[in-house]
Design a protein around this ligand. Structure first.
Ligand code: PEP
Ligand code: MG
Length: 561
């Protein structure tokens, strides 16, 4: 995708259409040149000749006869469409500039992109395609995709995506898991190296993107893909078996979902419930605020499909990288520390109440529980519970059925919540550790920032200590505690978490079979020994390499990082 989110198509032209296509190219060049000349004059008149000269340079590049003949040759000899020829050629030019040492010259690459964009706009005219109406399989390669853009990708056709920015903890990456498509985020700049139609391999497990792979790489990856399919088929019979260790400890293995349809993925994988329903995606996909009825429809679908197994509705966790289309505060410099999540809910009471009404109504249909995100202080928890109690009164007054004893819990995803955990356990029915944010706030690393991705580490001893504290406090008061951050779905950490005392895991549905496989191949005593050893370690690297070895010893399968 280009920077404006449009597809750069690869098309070939029929032999007898070559003359017309060259003519189309010439018309586009002429139109683009007219446009640039017009800009040059306006800018020169308003700001002076010096600034007009910027466009003069563009004009010269565009009208360069070598460029024109190179494009023509691609159309005549290789039968490339003019769009494809333009994007291939100008991207190659831009690359040459980008590689130059001088920053002044390397920045000229953006002038070339400007010309490419202008030409493509004229060539494609109104036929410019986004990725909303795909008709054949594609890989999406983009500078950035927001979580809601990702959520709107058409799963039938998008076979994988890569973004130049973002981190593995971002919701864009999380949504990729929900869609069950391979993805790599935060690669850094690479879009100039590819154009539509190139052959690309996306290796989501290793975080690799291979452009124009050779035969050997292709063969290797075809083989690996086949092995992964075999592994998935091997794990399929686990569906109806319990997640139970060799020494008989039963583990609850639930699914995380973002969209109601994913409840089917949970059922297919034999999940023990939905441990986290990220309801904010209802807002992200909508132009306007969802109505009580649309909330209710979504929750009913999930609760009924789970057939009495628990479903945990997390109230909307908007803000930071999840910005809805509905009006919001957009002048935050540091949105992860800003008005997000429960803070936003408590500041937007009518929106919050609408959601709570729908969730409470859905409690009448099955086994539903309500959870508040990003709780930092007891006051916040109490306020949220007060709003809930108030909505309950309202429903009661209107004789609307709901379960007054609905379990109410909170996420543990800030160091403050862990430090005060002994107080929190007295005021909730259950807890759920959100490691994605807990890591971000404990280690002070933005989960969506590729520059600090190396510091974003679930295995960091500081994070592990906070997890251990939370589990211990919950156990003391017999309050059920779940983990629903990405860490709980990574097979690397299953033994450790079991050994630390965790008995409830909520993971992306596709990870259920692998985590269950590990649970069924280990004993608790074994896991406790592993955990005890890990808790003596001083750095994440040691923890990771030790865990990798330990898991490998017991499981003859791939252990992704
Ligand atoms: C978390 O922070 O771990 C979590 C599960 O919530 P989210 O990823 O939606 O912030
Ligand atoms: Mg979170």
């Amino acid at each position: 995708m280009d920077n404006e989110g449009f597809r750069i198509p690869r098309r070939f032209v029929a032999r007898d259409a070559v003359v017309d296509e060259v003519e189309r190219l010439d018309k586009a060049i002429a139109a683009a040149a007219g446009e640039i000349a017009h800009h040059r004059e306006t800018v020169a008149a308003e700001l002076g000749e010096k600034y007009g000269a910027i466009f003069e340079a563009h004009l010269q590049m565009l009208q360069d006869s070598r460029l024109r003949s190179e494009l023509e040759e691609m159309i005549r000899q290789r039968h490339y469409s003019p769009e494809y020829a333009v994007s291939r050629t100008l991207r190659r030019y831009a690359q040459v500039f980008q590689r130059l040492e001088s920053s002044y010259l390397s920045e000229r690459a953006s002038d070339i992109f400007d010309i490419e964009k202008r030409l493509l706009r004229h060539l494609l005219g109104r036929r410019r395609e986004g990725i909303a109406h795909l008709t054949s399989p594609v890989l999406v390669l983009a500078h950035n995709l927001t979580p809601s853009e990702t959520a709107n990708l058409d799963r039938r056709f998008v076979r994988g995506f890569v973004t130049e920015i973002g981190g593995p903890g971002s919701h864009t990456a999380i949504v990729a898991e929900a869609l069950e498509i391979p993805a790599v985020v935060g690669t850094g700049p690479f879009l100039t190296e590819v154009s539509g139609g190139d052959l690309v391999i996306i290796d989501g497990d290793k975080g690799l993107v291979i452009l124009q792979p050779d035969e050997e790489a292709l063969a290797r990856y075809r083989h690996e893909a086949e092995e992964l399919r075999t592994l998935a088929a091997k794990l399929e019979p686990l569906r109806d078996l319990p997640a139970e260790t060799l020494d008989g400890v039963r583990v609850q293995l639930m699914g995380n979902i973002e969209f109601p349809y994913e409840v089917d993925h949970c059922v297919d994988r034999g999940a023990d419930g939905v441990g986290l329903y990220r309801t904010e995606f209802l807002y992200l996909g909508a132009e306007i605020e969802p109505t009580e009825e649309s909330h209710f429809q979504a929750y009913s679908r999930v609760v009924l499909a789970m057939n009495d197994k628990p479903v945990t509705i997390r109230t909307f966790d908007l803000g930071a990288d999840k910005m809805p289309n509905i009006p919001h505060f957009d002048d935050e410099r540091n949105p992860s520390l800003g008005l997000r999540s429960i803070r936003l809910a408590l500041r937007s009471l009518p929106v919050f109440r609408t959601q709570l009404r729908a969730a409470l109504r859905a409690t009448a249909l099955g086994n539903l529980q309500i959870m508040f995100p990003l709780i930092c202080t007891l006051m916040e928890l109490r306020q949220a519970k007060m709003v809930l109690a108030d909505v309950m009164e309202d429903l009661q007054e209107h004789h609307v059925p709901f379960n007054r004893d609905v379990p109410v819990g909170m996420m543990v995803e800030t160091p403050a919540a862990v430090i005060m955990i002994d107080h929190f356990v007295d005021e909730v029915d259950f807890l759920s550790i959100g490691t994605n944010d807990l890591i971000q706030y404990t280690l002070a690393v933005d989960r969506s920032n590729k520059e600090v991705v190396g510091l974003y580490n679930p295995a960091d001893p500081a994070v592990l200590k906070l997890i251990a504290m939370s589990i211990a406090a919950a156990d003391r008061k017999q309050v059920p505690i779940n983990m629903c951050g990405q860490m709980s779905g990574s097979p690397l950490y299953t033994m450790l978490l079991l050994g630390m005392g965790l008995r409830r895991f909520s993971v992306t549905p596709s990870a259920i079979p692998e985590v269950k496989n590990i649970c069924r191949k280990v004993t608790l005593t074994d896991c406790q020994a592993v955990a005890a050893r890990v808790m003596t370690m001083e750095n994440a690297r040691d923890v990771k390499s030790y865990l990798k070895e330990e898991v490998k010893k017991r499981i003859q399968a791939i252990v992704p990082e």
